[in-house]
Unconditional design. Structure first.
Length: 279
């Protein structure tokens, strides 16, 4: 298909990382995770890239992307903090997506800037774009066993599926790889099959989703205008659309291995994983 966009959420503050992790080099030529996302999406067939950033990193982000991908890449940068209302902490992923509403005119793939999804994940998403409409979106999930660090526990959105449609996303904490290689909640909690799909925020939508998300944001803001840390989160609001408005989300699983940045200590691990995954 033609006229497909990649929208990347790259406006996070990186509080735990201690800096602008969106521009932290992980590749041999100074590539950041965002560069692999752009490359893989364009290779899949996307013909436009829209980056959601902040005003204070807009120039540096554009300079970096142009240096890696050249001036011929159709590129638009929008600033989440231009949407308002002003607040130190960003308002969450729904607010981020809405900041790109005027720029989005075609079916689009939506991704995080600091998550590495792999080539096949974007091909899966692109191949389903033509099927999407106002009542149907897409979530490309990864297998939980391919999203876990070697050491430590994480929180993942565990997906329930029925006939290839997403039923629910259950935010499950303390997921870890145990000594025997299995995956479970803590060292002694319930075991989870390693191929269980989890959401890493790789979505695809028709542009009409913006109208539905605007209504969800309006409701959220009325209830949380004075809450300095409240966030309007995409999985939560998509779940409301599914429950109350008949919206459906097709789930496709990707065989790729995830890696990503949260803390500065992740850098060397991510660099090694990227080198292996891109070999």
């Amino acid at each position: 298909m033609t006229n497909a966009s990649l929208v990347v959420m790259a406006a996070g503050l990186g509080s735990r990382f201690g800096g602008v992790k969106q521009l932290a080099a992980v590749g041999p030529n100074g590539e950041v995770i965002l560069d692999y996302t752009i490359r893989d999406a364009v290779d899949a067939g996307v013909d436009e890239v829209i980056l959601i950033v902040r005003n204070d990193i807009k120039a540096d982000t554009e300079d970096h992307v142009r240096a890696i991908h050249g001036n011929d890449l159709p590129l638009t940068l929008v600033c989440q903090d231009d949407l308002g209302p002003p607040r130190d902490k960003p308002w969450g992923t729904v607010h981020a997506v809405l900041s790109a509403a005027d720029a989005v005119t075609s079916p689009f793939i939506l991704a995080n800037a600091d998550d590495y999804y792999g080539r096949r994940s974007f091909q899966i998403a692109f191949d389903r774009l033509e099927a999407l409409h106002s009542g149907l979106g897409l979530l490309v999930a990864l297998e939980v066993g391919k999203t876990l660090p070697a050491v430590g526990a994480v929180t993942r959105g565990v997906c329930s599926v029925n006939d290839d449609l997403l039923v629910a996303i259950d935010e499950t904490s303390d997921l870890q790889r145990r000594d025997d290689g299995t995956v479970g909640v803590g060292p002694t909690g319930p075991a989870i099959a390693g191929d269980t799909p989890v959401s890493m925020n790789l979505w695809a939508f028709d542009p009409s989703i913006m109208d539905a998300l605007q209504k969800r944001w309006d409701d959220f803001y009325r209830a949380n205008a004075d809450e300095p840390k409240a966030e309007c989160l995409l999985p939560t609001e998509v779940s409301v659309l599914m429950r109350d408005h008949g919206f459906e989300v097709e789930l496709q699983s990707s065989p790729e291995t995830w890696t990503g940045l949260t803390n500065p200590d992740d850098l060397e691990t991510v660099r090694a994983q990227i080198a292996e995954l891109r070999a």
